[in-house]
Ligand binder design. Structure first.
Ligand code: DAH
Length: 340
């Protein structure tokens, strides 16, 4: 018992080392004295239960008291070191680390993926085509008349000869029908190019998702049902859809689809410009002239097609006021839509 009390006395001397210790020395002292296996004080405490009742009480009380003193002194020094580190601007090694940013998908990539996934669940597969197209695939085979303004060099980026940057994803309809016999059910995501100004609502580069269904007996009912089902999946189960007459050279009849505004539920707000409706896509029944251009028998087959812009859809869904935000790589904007 004498020995143990003497050992405690010697240990107590070491309390004076703590206020001078630096970060590393502090860790060493902690291990040397309070370490779970070989700490000097830990070893003394381990012997306490083996003593007779009388000395057990005395040594136990003294050892536990000293343990509290060491713990308090170590904690105080740790706080003091952290304070000076912060004040001097040096790294505070006691701070927990920051989670590393591992990157995330761009919002437009996410929305495009979501759109394609919904159609995938309805049995569509994905098709893609090149961004450099022929005038024939981009316009002529899609039944654009020769004098259509879109064909003009004022509106499209020509690359020389009859090559141009595709102005929409619709030419992939032609490529798909020329390559695969019906039945066809495809969604086609991809980048498109137009000679548009770069302002809040236009960009010369933008994304589209195209769709094409070709089979025997496909009717306008299939078009309406499929696209309405898509809108309910994408915007929520209470979403209503409205089809209004439109015109595209490659579809007849053609229809624009609007969805009831997902922000206000249709009562009118800023997002839907008080109308309660948001234009989502263009669509229509594939024009027989398009079938003929691709070698598909228009007497036997019918089909529907549609096209939409994921950027625009992301803008209305998330209240994004300016399309240019998608191109600026500003992490303050992008990180809001990606979890690390
Ligand atoms: N290609 C059209 C555009 O760029 C969008 C579109 C409308 C695609 C109707 C279609 C469709 O397939 O049926 O504006």
């Amino acid at each position: 018992m004498r020995d143990l009390l003497a050992a405690l006395g010697a240990l107590r001397e070491r309390l004076t080392e703590i206020p001078q210790a630096d970060q590393r020395r502090l860790q060493d002292l902690k291990t040397e004295i309070l370490g779970r296996k070989a700490g000097a004080l830990t070893k003394i405490l381990a012997q306490v239960p083996k003593l007779d009742p009388e000395p057990r009480r005395a040594v136990g009380a003294a050892a536990n008291e000293l343990k509290r003193e060491f713990e308090a002194a170590l904690a105080a020094r740790e706080r003091a070191l952290a304070r000076t580190a912060r004040a001097s601007g040096a790294a505070d090694l006691t701070m927990p680390g920051r989670a590393a940013w591992t990157g995330g998908l761009h919002l437009v990539t996410q929305v495009t993926g979501e759109i394609c996934e919904i159609f995938h669940e309805m049995g569509f597969t994905r098709a893609v085509g090149p961004e450099v197209e022929t005038e024939r695939n981009n316009f002529t085979a899609l039944n654009f008349p020769k004098d259509h303004p879109a064909i003009d060099a004022q509106d499209s980026f020509y690359l020389g000869g009859d090559l141009l940057l595709r102005t929409h994803t619709s030419p992939v309809q032609i490529r798909t029908m020329e390559r695969y016999p019906p039945p066809i059910r495809v969604v086609i995501p991809g980048q498109c190019y137009r000679r548009d100004p770069f302002d809040a609502s236009h960009s010369p580069i933008f994304e589209q998702v195209e769709g094409l269904v070709v089979d025997e007996g496909i009717s306008f009912v299939d078009l309406k049902a499929s696209l309405s089902a898509f809108a309910r999946k994408f915007f929520g189960p209470t979403t209503r859809t409205r089809f209004s007459p439109s015109f595209f050279p490659f579809t007849e009849p053609s229809a624009d689809m609007a969805a009831s505004c997902s922000v206000c539920g249709g009562s009118g707000c800023q997002t839907c410009k008080q109308s309660g409706w948001i234009e989502i896509l263009g669509s229509g029944m594939v024009h027989p002239a398009v079938f003929e251009a691709c070698g598909v028998d228009p007497e036997r087959y019918t089909g529907f097609a549609f096209g939409m812009g994921p950027q625009r859809i992301a803008m209305v869904r998330y209240g994004i006021p300016d399309i240019r935000l998608f191109f600026e790589s500003d992490m303050r904007f992008l990180a809001q839509f990606s979890t690390p």
